[in-house]
Write a protein that binds this ligand. Structure first.
Ligand SMILES: [Mn+2]
Length: 288
């Protein structure tokens, strides 16, 4: 009998984790979408993104490079449905466990609030982070309908933890969020059209960042014609080649963690899941 069984519960090309090699990367899934305000469904993101990862080949032809980075897939965390702050605490604890093993986290969401837990753990370890935030939205509300732990407040919480923010692909925000950005000195913005027309300026800015970097990618930063299955689809988004350039630029920097969140797909082979998997695959191919 000849059987070929792939493991869609683990990201393609991930290593068995019976023997951990330090200074590597560890994937964790966060199947949680309790504060989603529009399209729900991102709790299934970790499954569909992992499954989509099996569509890629180990040699990354775009970058002429083999995927040789050591990384593990530790599975999904146990979320507490309906309780965002407790779930963020579990994410923080899990990321701390990875950091104790000298493993850098890659989180597959799930709603964007997952970043609150990982940014907290990484800030405790490294001190002040620069968070490179790719998103259609600023996510800078102080609270969302009274909730401080929410997918709409995540970057405000990161800012409170001392992070410098670089927001890329922005094309939707509130007047309060714009006022907040003006009132503070350490939030840099590259709106969608800045990326389309002035990629060289963005690359120059990213290359010159010092210190530890955390990358947080809300899949709604991508144009909805390419990645429609997200919580809040917003027209006018980035294209694949632009995301590739941004990842390639950051791969030379001190990136201490990545999350790719808000994939709200419930179907294998979904476009958005494929794009999310490609972003993680490109990152793992390029990171040094
Ligand atoms: Mn968003």
């Amino acid at each position: 009998m000849l059987l070929n069984t792939y493991e869609p519960w683990k990201f393609a090309f991930s290593r068995e984790n019976d023997e951990i090699i330090e200074d590597s990367f560890g994937i964790i899934g966060v199947p949680f979408d309790s504060t989603t305000s529009y399209h729900s469904g991102s709790r299934l993101g970790p499954i569909v993104v992992r499954e989509a990862s099996f569509g890629f080949e180990k040699y990354n032809t775009v970058f002429n490079k083999d995927l040789t980075t050591t990384f593990y897939d530790f599975g999904d965390i146990n979320v507490v449905p309906g309780n965002c702050s407790t779930t963020c605490g579990i994410i923080e604890n899990t990321v701390n466990e990875l950091l104790d093993m000298n493993i850098k986290p890659i989180i597959i969401g799930g709603e964007h609030s997952a970043s609150i837990g990982s940014v907290k753990a990484l800030t405790d370890k490294y001190g002040r982070l620069t968070v490179i935030h790719l998103d259609a939205h600023r996510d800078l509300a102080f609270d969302f309908m009274g909730e401080r732990h929410s997918h709409a407040t995540v970057m405000r919480r990161a800012h409170e933890m001392g992070a410098d923010l670089v927001q890329i692909g922005i094309r939707s925000s509130s007047a309060d969020e714009e006022e907040f950005v003006k009132s503070t000195y350490n939030i840099q913005t590259f709106k969608n059209k800045d990326v389309h027309k002035h990629m060289d300026a963005l690359e120059y800015y990213l290359i010159n960042i010092d210190g530890p970097i955390y990358i947080s990618i809300d899949m709604d930063v991508v144009d909805p014609s390419i990645a429609p299955s997200v919580g809040n689809p917003t027209p006018g988004g980035l294209f694949i080649s632009e995301i590739e350039t941004i990842i390639q630029t950051l791969a030379h920097k001190n990136v201490v963690g990545l999350d790719v969140v808000e994939t709200a797909a419930d179907r294998l082979g979904d476009n958005t899941a494929v794009v999310a998997a490609k972003i993680i695959y490109d990152f793992l191919t390029l990171i040094e």
